[in-house]
Design a protein around this ligand. Structure first.
Ligand code: ATP
Length: 247
């Protein structure tokens, strides 16, 4: 195999509330330094897949009942979300989740909770401002008074504050104007190219996601129904008919 797989999801099943089977055997792989898109409509199971990886299912009364998840060959299902952050895996949740009453800079600083070296934290903050110049401009603004795009950038920037290797991004395009979506995705591409950060990008915006990803998986009703290089998916007739132009 030419590419080094950093994260591997192997046939996982997820059940909510002990009875609702939502993921019915999902497998996917993240190559080192890849941008992988996880596509599909509302309720297909994208968020659940990300939550399974970052071990955020418990709070939702969900559990992985079959299969395994491996980070560089190590099983990670029993690690806490904080342990995963320490191992370089961080999730940016859908809906931005900035702390509304904190400033942009305070929000970013909350992303460094697993670190203690002040110099390192300051360097990380500068790095985030480098990638997101808009956040630097808005550093003292209360998050509640910034735009949707700035809040999305803030959520991603906060994740970057932990120096991750793998970022799980849940619908970063949601509710944003196309230009802003492009701005956000360009920054993702930039982080990928310069920092070597691996991204798993859950998106309903198939069109846009396939422009930036190198590989894609399409989900439907808790299963992966198709996968392939992004360019192949973007030119596939079935994908065009069912998914492009959606979102
Ligand atoms: P969206 O884009 O709307 O987030 P998605 O592809 O991310 O969609 P999921 O959020 O993973 O899909 O939802 C998959 C299925 O699981 C849906 O049928 C949803 O209703 C169900 N589901 C999600 N969260 C829970 C929960 N906490 N308890 C019970 N069912 C849930």
């Amino acid at each position: 195999q030419a590419q080094n797989i950093v994260l591997s999801v192997n046939g996982i099943e997820v059940i909510y509330n002990h009875v609702i089977l939502v993921l019915k055997g999902v497998s996917l792989q993240l190559p080192e330094k890849g941008i992988v898109a996880l596509l599909g409509g509302n309720g297909a199971g994208k968020t659940t897949t990300l939550r399974a990886i970052s071990n955020l299912l418990k709070g939702e009364r969900g559990e992985v009942t079959k299969g395994s998840i491996e980070l560089r060959g190590e099983q990670i299902q029993n690690l806490s979300p904080a342990d995963l952050v320490k191992r370089g895996v961080v999730q940016v949740m859908e809906g931005r989740h900035c702390f509304a009453h904190l400033t942009i800079e305070e929000n970013l600083m909350t992303g460094s909770y697993t670190r203690s070296d002040k110099g390192e934290i300051a360097a990380n903050l500068e790095k985030v401002y480098n990638y997101f110049p808009r956040l630097k401009t808005r550093r003292t603004s209360q998050a509640a008074y910034t735009s949707g795009g700035e809040q999305q950038m803030c959520a991603i920037g906060r994740a970057i504050m932990s120096n991750p290797n793998i970022v799980l991004l849940d619908e970063p395009s949601m509710g944003l104007a196309p230009q802003i979506v492009e701005e956000v995705f360009n920054i993702v591409k930039d982080l990928n190219a310069k920092e070597g950060t691996t991204f798993l990008l859950a998106e309903q915006n198939t069109n846009m996601a396939l422009k930036y990803a190198d590989y894609g998986y399409i989900m439907e009703s808790g299963r992966i129904v198709m996968d392939g290089p992004a360019a192949d998916l973007a030119s596939n007739e079935d994908v065009k008919e069912f998914y492009l132009g959606v979102g």
